[in-house]
Ligand binder design. Structure first.
Ligand code: PLP
Ligand code: COI
Length: 341
């Protein structure tokens, strides 16, 4: 299979349509036989549930070319089960988890020419998503749904790659107590658009959201969970019912403990203690681990000892171990890597 002639090493995190995507439709209580298609467009009624009441959810995962030249995907079963949770919370039909994984694999296989080569720094990002496609005018779940997966080759989420980020504490909330912060609903991201545009306009890379009820605890950013490292080398990540259960973060906690022998803690993290941490990073499929050098809280700066030039040493070890597992340089825990071809 011949690879497409793309400038792999200079890709940003953008939409670059590939040849095939997967589509299945839900109607009268059942899913259609899903299929690959080359049609990247969606046509639907003006009264579709997604257009009127934002009934949609999505996932994000990546395919990698390993050191040995195989194409693999990372823990797609966890995306399948998180999407099922999102669907249940949004009164959408669940796409069967085993079919979800098969569909991911079919899309990667069909677009193998777009999976960036090993060592290029790029990956193939997969975007499974579902939306209410049938008409609703009273506030209720849509009568019909579409599930799709497309693929797009991507580079780093944050411009500048591994350069430490500057983020600010946001006055906007991302999720409500007992709301939808723990699922991957499109509406969570619509909510965050004003906050992110405002952050960018003020020169910040991202927002740190605090818990909406007390505004004393660290939650997450618009598209990634937090990891902190204490001065004595412990890895700490916030625990909250309103943050997205990041697959990257859950994997990193295993890597920290089992591969690097570090102590790990998932617990409430008060904003007041952030100034005492040695390192801070954002973790997610798109973000991988992006180091944070500075957090600004209404003019007051917290500067991590790891500085603004490079990743902190523990963050770097975590990054190397995780990407080593994803790219086949380090043996993965059982079931984390699924080989496509
Ligand atoms: N938090 C939010 C709000 C996200 O959008 C994402 C991205 O998926 C994450 C965290 C990271 O999750 P994951 O590691 O599963 O990609
Ligand atoms: C991902 O990391 O896959 C996400 O969905 C985050 C998104 C903000 C790009």
């Amino acid at each position: 299979m011949e690879k497409k002639n793309l400038d792999w090493s200079n890709l940003g995190f953008g939409y670059h349509p590939t040849e095939y995507r997967y589509v299945a439709n839900w109607k009268d209580g059942a899913w259609s036989e899903g299929e690959l298609t080359t049609d990247a467009t969606v046509t639907m009624t003006e009264c579709a549930g997604v257009l009127q009441y934002s009934q949609s959810c999505f996932e994000g995962l990546k395919a990698y070319t390993t050191e040995k030249g195989q194409i693999v995907v990372f823990r797609p079963d966890l995306n399948a089960s998180r999407m099922a949770d999102s669907c249940r919370r949004l009164e959408m039909p669940v796409y069967p988890e085993d079919k979800f994984v098969e569909a991911v694999k079919a899309v990667v296989r069909a677009n193998a020419a777009y999976v960036p080569p090993y060592g290029s720094g790029a990956t193939l990002y997969l975007r499974p998503f579902m939306f209410g496609s049938g008409p609703v005018i009273g506030v209720s779940p849509a009568p019909e749904y579409q599930f799709r997966i497309f693929a797009t080759p991507v580079g780093p989420y944050f411009k500048g790659g591994a350069k430490p980020l500057t983020i600010r504490v946001s006055d906007f909330d991302r999720a409500a107590p007992n709301g939808t912060g723990h699922i991957k609903a499109g509406l969570n991201y619509a909510m965050s658009l004003h906050a992110i545009v405002d952050a960018h306009n003020q020169g910040f890379n991202e927002n740190m959201y605090l818990d909406p009820k007390t505004r004393t605890k660290v939650e997450e950013t618009g598209g990634a969970n937090f990891l902190f490292v204490t001065k004595d080398g412990k890895v700490v990540t916030p625990k909250s019912p309103s943050i997205l259960p990041s697959i990257t973060r859950r994997s990193l906690m295993v890597v920290a403990k089992e591969y690097l022998g570090l102590e790990v803690e998932e617990r409430e993290v008060y904003f007041d203690e952030v100034k005492d941490f040695a390192e801070c990073g954002l973790c997610g499929t798109a973000a991988v681990i992006s180091p944070v050098g500075k957090i600004v809280d209404h003019g007051k700066e917290i500067c991590f000892p790891s500085g603004m030039d490079e990743m902190g040493p523990v963050t770097k070890k975590l990054y190397d171990a995780l990407t080593g597992i994803q790219m086949g340089r380090i043996e993965a825990p059982e079931g984390w890597i699924q080989v496509i071809e």
